[in-house]
Design a protein around this ligand. Sequence first.
Ligand SMILES: [Fe+2]
Length: 240
Amino acid sequence: MKRRDVLQLSTAIATGLVLPSITSCSSVVAENPSAPPAPPAAPGPFTLPPLPYAKEALAPAISAETLDCHHDKHHQAYVNNLNKLVAGKPDASKSLEEIILASDGPLFNNAAQDWNHSFYWKSMKPAGGGEPTGALAEAIATAFGSFAKFRTEFLTAATSQFGSGWAWLVVDQGKLAVAKTSNADLPLKHAQTPLLTCDVWEHAYYIDYHNLRAKYVEAFVDKLIDWDFAAANFAKAIAH
Ligand SMILES: [Fe+2]
């Protein structure tokens, strides 16, 4: 970015034409020497998984700018915090799921957010969305009455989650259900099996949708869901 453009952006922020929170993680600001870079990976047993697609692949539903910030900075920070918290302790040799089930406080928050984000990346794919097929489609029709009713219930859960959290399609006691959790909480803590999730923390959508969470969630359902991933999780859940 040219110095002249940086100055114009700074002026726009100062005058309220651009929301500073929107640009706080953007590549625009990343090219500004004063912006914080993505944190380096902290040593430890846990590592940031690569995105299963290119950063540009989900656009325009989710921009490369959002994925750059969300994956490389937010998710990396959770992994780094987790590695620091388990360093030199028995937890360092435990699985992520074991830590999640046995912990609370900062250890739980960072372990669960690592798990949640890894699951979220896999819940989406380029040119995804629409309706599932096969056994999962039949189960959704049985549980919710129709795919349209499931869609409405999922959108309602995602948009009504107060503050930060997650919306989920889960198997709960053998039946499909929509669930929502706050902050880092997740179905694993409630004896539910997740099939897919939508991150509704503001960092997931603010660059692309500003305050319009509903527009982001609609794009997630209609354009991004990887129903093959959800169907595979469903098949494993009902096989148990
Ligand atoms: Fe997130």
